[in-house]
Design a binder for this molecule. Structure first.
Ligand SMILES: Cc1ncc(COP(=O)(O)O)c(C=O)c1O
Length: 388
């Protein structure tokens, strides 16, 4: 299915982050629980290195397409230690300008126009758009009531045109942490049927209550057909620096690097250098922030549950909660109302393909004080809307 220009521009019909961003801008004082960010900064030990990073003349030049050797080496060590992935045995690491870019390149490198890509609902809207602009067809499979993988549903969705299955865990937007068993089942299915398993681990450190993070790329033989995607945006608070990477089967390295060469030439050297310093601090950095995030998560859940007409997801991980409202209003109508009348912004659930009136709340972007204020506003607004 080749896209003409108008079909391609239709893929960008509702760019929700800029739309909600404009509403926030028009309503000064709005607290944003919309975009997914963390409320802490990058490791100070890394930031103090910036001046010396800038002094190296090569930082201002182009670098290798797939990333610098030093960063790749560090990533290799991290993957072996934390994820059980031995990159290099049939697989390669490619550093990208963030996980979003890694996903888009992965689709371009593995799928032909018209191919089908199975995505779990709720799904991350940027990934759906990336599939569509590649001329591919997203095929949506429902998750269970608790937003976990429905392996039977996935099996039933497979056709001769299926090329890849996408999973995200911990999940944006549901916060579900997929079990080792479910991710293994998806991965083995891909292996059995000759499909790619594209797995996004952008929130790998953000799990609560003993929910364990699992990397399906660590399974035996998985390196042949698994693309594992990572990001430093949330874990090390480097969203603006644009650094992520993917572990890919060696057989697609040439295409991935070709795509990256056209789009980026090379990941920004200064960002890679800062990433090296951040990753040298290590994952104790994001993990030390989990307790505070967990407290904020609990405060949010408790507050929302006081509204009669609302229920909220269990929030096993990531930085999001989904609020389900018992109301006839459209979710975007609710978002506009909450911003204009109560100065608090969330994202509407329909952009994640959630049915009915559901909202995604990002509870990690503000301080506890700000979140408490946002919650007062939100609860008042939700009570008005649901008569709860
Ligand atoms: C599941 C998921 N993957 C990727 C990204 C984007 O990550 P990056 O900033 O590394 O492009 C996000 C951002 O919200 C996300 O939720």
């Amino acid at each position: 299915m080749l896209l003409d220009k108008s079909a391609r521009s239709a893929c960008f019909r509702e760019p929700i982050i800029p739309i909600v961003g404009a509403l926030i801008h028009e309503n000064p004082g709005t607290i944003s629980l919309a975009q997914g960010m963390v409320n802490y900064g990058p490791p100070p030990e890394a930031l103090v290195k910036i001046e010396s990073i800038l002094k190296a003349p090569e930082i201002h030049r182009y670098g290798p397409v797939a990333g610098t050797n030093r960063l790749i080496e560090l990533i290799e060590q991290k993957l072996a230690m934390e994820n059980g992935i031995n990159a290099g045995q049939g697989s390669k690491i490619v550093v990208t300008a963030g996980a979003n870019m890694a996903f888009a390149s992965a689709i371009l490198a593995t799928c032909r126009p018209g191919d089908e890509v199975i995505m779990q609902v709720p799904c991350f809207f940027n990934q759906e758009t990336a599939v569509r602009i590649a001329g591919c067809v997203p095929v949506f499979t429902n998750t269970t009531d608790s937003f976990h993988i429905d392996i039977v549903g996935i099996r039933n969705a497979i056709t001769p045109k299926t090329r890849a299955i996408v999973t995200i865990s911990p999940n944006n937007p549901s916060g579900a942490v997929y079990s080792t068993q479910d991710l293994t089942a998806v991965n083995l299915l891909c292996g059995e049927l000759g499909l790619y398993h594209i797995h996004d681990e952008a929130y790998e450190y953000f799990t609560y209550d003993g929910n364990k993070h699992f990397s399906p790329g660590s399974l035996k033989h998985a390196s042949r057909y698994t693309i594992s995607i990572y990001s430093l945006s949330k874990s090390y608070a480097l969203a603006g620096w644009r650094v992520g990477w993917m572990v890919i089967p060696s057989e697609i390295e040439r295409d991935i690097c070709g795509i990256q060469d056209v789009n980026l030439i090379c990941p920004p050297l200064i960002s890679q250098q800062l990433a090296i310093h951040a990753m040298t601090v290590g994952s104790s950095y994001p993990k030390a922030r989990l307790g505070e995030l967990r407290d904020i998560h609990d405060i949010c859940k408790r507050a929302i549950m006081t509204v009669h007409g609302c229920c909220v997801t269990s929030g096993e991980g990531a930085i999001y909660l989904i609020i389900n409202l018992n109301t006839q209003h459209e979710p975007m109508e609710v978002v506009r109302y909450l911003i204009r009348k109560h100065r608090v912004a969330l994202l509407p659930g329909h952009v994640f393909r959630l049915a009915g009136c559901q909202l995604r709340m990002s509870y990690s972007a503000s301080s506890r004080r700000e979140i408490e204020l946002a919650l007062e506003r939100l609860v008042t607004g939700l009570k008005e809307l649901t008569h709860g």
